[in-house]
Design a binder for this molecule. Structure first.
Ligand SMILES: N=c1c2ncn([C@@H]3O[C@H](COP(=O)(O)OP(=O)(O)OP(=O)(O)O)[C@@H](O)[C@H]3O)c2ncn1[C@@H]1O[C@H](COP(=O)(O)O)[C@@H](O)[C@H]1O
Length: 108
């Protein structure tokens, strides 16, 4: 799905650019100015809202909450200097391995 991956990479670039903007002009800059605990809390809230939408919302609510969740994940990764490419490389590493093998390796 190259088009959809492009969307996430473009959003990552936008987030990295907006981080340095004035906080009164940019939500991304505001989040960065407020610091890592606020970014982490926002990500947690969006995760809960996504779960709620999955269990009790309609399809469009879930799409909207999932988009908020991905956005806030990229904001947090950017603040920690972790590139989306690093996360995708980790997913690539796991490709072809059963999730059950990964689970067993983690519990060792
Ligand atoms: N994709 C997004 C995006 N998705 C969600 N959000 C914001 O994430 C927030 C979601 O949190 P909530 O639902 O809790 O809403 P809220 O109560 O307004 O949030 P808080 O005030 O509690 O932080 C909303 O304010 C949304 O506007 C986003 N804000 C920005 N972007 C992208 O980031 C770019 C740069 O944005 P600025 O930094 O504002 O220029 C934009 O052009 C977009 O491409």
């Amino acid at each position: 799905m190259p088009l959809r991956m492009d969307t996430l990479h473009r959003l990552e670039d936008t987030i990295n650019q907006r981080r340095k903007a004035a906080p009164d002009e940019s939500y991304v800059a505001q989040l960065n100015a407020r610091g890592l605990p606020v970014m982490a809390r926002k990500l947690g809230e969006e995760a809960v809202e996504t779960v709620t939408a999955a269990l009790a919302g309609d399809r469009q609510e879930l799409v909207g909450e999932a988009a908020d969740l991905l956005f806030h994940l990229l904001v947090l990764l950017g603040a920690k200097d972790i590139a989306l490419a690093d996360v995708l490389a980790e997913l690539d590493r796991r490709e072809g391995t059963s999730g059950l093998d990964e689970k067993a390796a983690r519990s060792r």
